[in-house]
Design a protein around this ligand. Structure first.
Ligand code: MRU
Length: 345
């Protein structure tokens, strides 16, 4: 994002802390938080101050670096026990996006192979910073690989926020939009507001309008009818986890995929390889279920009577049979997908 003061998430070498944009405050305020403890990071992840699969991966890795930096255990064994405990707590904070545990495990692996705590602290920071740098380059490649799939003049429906705010910079699905715009294509984005936490209206609309990209916010329930009216040319979303048989993404994504198939509109997923989970099928994945109050209260008002139950699943699973293509940093995958086979690992 050209106007933001800094990347979505970064490591501050001077203070040994994580810096991130508090996304709960957008679009009213863009504030950067300095996070110096694992407990504060866990709170930030659970409150969605930091969110989006690739950003969670970087946050997980930096969280392990933070834990290593803070740990004063006397022996190498005690040091490893403490850092492993912190890593497990960070990874468990949000279960659906595989990037979080991927990021945690990547830095933890470097910590465990270090000769002593001092070396572990140094290597952990290096690895976490490398992850953030790689994430930016990965998003740029995803963006470039997706450009041929976007026709000039396209109106693109997106759901949730798979943009710079969900990564270090640039974005995955919105990275494709940005790259297409940079390549001179005229693109318009329809951002579903994405209830109940409004990542589409608060975040996607915020970052695209700052980039001068044409964006219109719609209530989630409008998407099918706009497809029927011919006002949407393709759907482009990110992913929290891609298994052998399904794409997990923000609740509501499946609905768009079904509608897109009905209206013969391409449904594209943009995601880095770190989002692929080659071991699991749809049934093996935990779908995060969040608090009642996210649905039952809004703007200081109660929207659901106390007697009524609320079901607040944060993600859904879209069968791969509904996905027209998956755009990765390594290229574009097309059906029949062989995710999990040696050729696609
Ligand atoms: O609950 P969130 O806001 O973390 O959900 C995020 C999404 O569903 C994104 O679409 C996904 O992480 C891809 S981000 C590039």
């Amino acid at each position: 994002m050209p106007d933001t003061p800094e990347p979505t998430i970064s490591w501050d070498r001077g203070s040994g802390t994580i810096r991130f944009i508090d996304q709960t405050l957008l679009p009213e305020r863009c504030e950067v938080v300095s996070c110096g403890t694992v407990e504060r990071l866990i709170l930030a992840i659970s409150r969605l101050e930091v969110r989006g699969a690739p950003a969670l991966g970087v946050a997980g890795g930096m969280g392990v670096a933070l834990a290593a930096g803070k740990c004063r255990a006397a022996t190498r064994d005690a040091f490893l026990r403490e850092v492993e405990g912190a890593a497990a707590r960070i990874a468990a904070t949000r279960p659906t996006a595989v990037n979080l545990s991927w990021g945690v495990n990547r830095v933890l692996a470097r910590v465990t192979e270090a000769a002593d705590p001092a070396e572990a602290r140094r290597i952990a920071v290096m690895e976490a910073v490398t992850m953030a740098e790689e994430d930016r380059a990965t998003c740029m490649r995803i963006g470039d690989n997706g450009v041929p799939l976007v026709p000039d003049g396209a109106t693109i429906l997106t759901h949730c926020n798979a943009g710079a705010l969900a990564c270090t910079e640039w974005g995955t699905a919105l990275g494709v939009v940005r790259s297409a715009a940079r390549a001179g294509k005229r693109v318009k984005v329809i951002a579903c507001e994405t209830r109940p936490l409004f990542q589409g209206s608060r975040l996607t609309a915020w970052e695209l309008s700052r980039d001068g990209i044409d964006v219109t916010v719609i209530p989630d329930g409008s998407a099918a009818y706009l497809m029927r009216r011919g006002e949407i040319h393709l759907v482009l979303v990110g992913a929290d986890r891609i298994t052998r048989d399904a794409v997990f993404n923000k609740i509501g994504t499946y609905m768009h995929a079904v509608c897109a198939r009905h209206h013969r509109i391409p449904f594209y997923v943009a995601a880095p390889r770190s989002t692929f989970d080659l071991r699991s099928g749809e049934d093996g994945v935990t779908i995060e279920e969040r608090e009642r109050s996210e649905v039952s209260r809004c703007g200081g008002r109660t929207l659901v009577p106390d007697e009524a139950r609320v079901k607040n699943l944060a993600f859904d699973a879209t069968p791969l049979s509904l996905v027209s293509a998956i755009i990765t940093e390594e290229g574009v995958l097309r059906p029949p997908y062989r995710i999990g086979s040696p050729a696609s690992t």
